[in-house]
Design a protein around this ligand. Sequence first.
Ligand code: UD1
Ligand code: MG
Length: 488
Amino acid sequence: MSRVKTQKKTATGAKSAKRKAGAAAARPLACIVLAAGQGTRMRSAAAKVLHVVAGRPLISHVLTAVEGARPQRIVVVVGHQAEAVRETVGGRAECVLQAEQRGTGHAVGIGMKRLRGFAGDVLVVCGDVPLMTTATLKGLLREHRKRGATATVLGMHVDDPSDYGRIVGAGDGDVRIVEYRDASPAERRITEVNSGTYCFDAEFLRKRVGGLASNNAQGEFYLTDLLEVASCDRRAALIVAEDDSETLGVNTRFDLARAEALMQERILIDLMDKGVGFLDPSSVYVSADAKIARDVIIGPSVRIDGATRIGEGTQIDGCCHLADTVIGRDCHIKWGTVTREASMRDGCILGPYAHLRPQAELAEGVHIGNFVEVKKSKIGRGSKANHLTYIGDTTIGRATNIGAGTITCNYDGFAKHSSVIGDRVQIGSDTQLVAPVRLGNDVFVAAGTTVTKDVPAGSLAMNEKRQLNRKGWVAQFRKRAAATKKVK
Ligand code: UD1
Ligand code: MG
């Protein structure tokens, strides 16, 4: 009998726990991102949240983490350089203006005005914590709901607590935060600090945020005081972050560099997990928007910017700067190559010291060699320009060879002009192609030619230049020269 009872109890218990969990998951979520501050300590003309880590502004990293928690609403509080911040936020969130920065409590109050009528939980995140992850935000939310708290703060342990808010209180319902400038010497020694990330019950927040006072060292409305308010009902909670790098708030240039280093470590470890090889990871920089396939091998001092894509099996020797470039499979990018807004298909070979500028498009198996610059040009399958060449505003066919020192003269001082070069063309060294000019298929151009007229398919183009050989001229010259020297 008792066994049946127990079983029944357990089943009911499981059901109610499930229901509770379901209700919690179904509870609406909103998020307020604080981004109105100037960031005086950055000593910069740009608003702090617009400073960049791994190629993205700080605020964009925070928005990505927040979006992962799938809130119904995201409100960004903007103030300093509001227009620029709004532009960066774009359609990802609603922005509200905090015209005067009177503290984090004041900022959240403005955010809550936009969330009028919203019932559920509100995550509050600072716009200056680029390493924050969705997993941590979800963990904070889960604990907040599980504990039935009205205010939960994400704390962290740090070796150097510098000017973070110190966490004091008896714990378990009683959590208070004392700002560094208001803290006693004993409190300043505390190494458990406020990360600046919180979860609140919307109704509690709406009711209490307006009641904050500013009688503190900074004369600001501190959001952190709400923890003490929630503690009166024993409904304040503290969660301690496992990874304190995630909660690193960027306040200074030093913090920004530290955040970059940590982000790079995160990006590179993720790439290595996916099969990308690095000869010297500490010297490589990869943007958060880059996509690199497995078995790509990256040498030392490589910078990969923007939305660069690199296909499987490609090798990058080192000392390269690749920005917004699409690279196919099995390419070989040799030492010192620089590319921007360019693309190449599979099996291309670039460099050493090649330069692809915007709209350079290389088909399969193209070779671009040392000191060759390509701009706004299409180069067909298997064509080669291996030495000391400039190709601009030009379309080149397949299997064509551009000799050393060839220049497409595309600019007349007023306008750019385009040229077309056909398939299987052989261009001799030191050739100038004065645009606009068209070379048909199977054309040969003699070395040292200045091409100013179109060349029909299958023709040889050359300038008539006579070569003279003067026998014994050098000996006579040297004799004359030596005599002049003596006189001097
Ligand atoms: C804040 C916390 C501190 C915590 C630290 C974590 C308070 C009172 N203190 O201090 O306990 O350890 O974060 O990094 O909250 N902001 C506005 N409007 C304002 C003021 C600030 O939007 O009026 C924004 C800032 O742009 C920034 C965030 O709020 O994104 C935090 O402000 P900041 O001045 O960096 O606060 P801290 O002094 O670091
Ligand atoms: Mg801060």
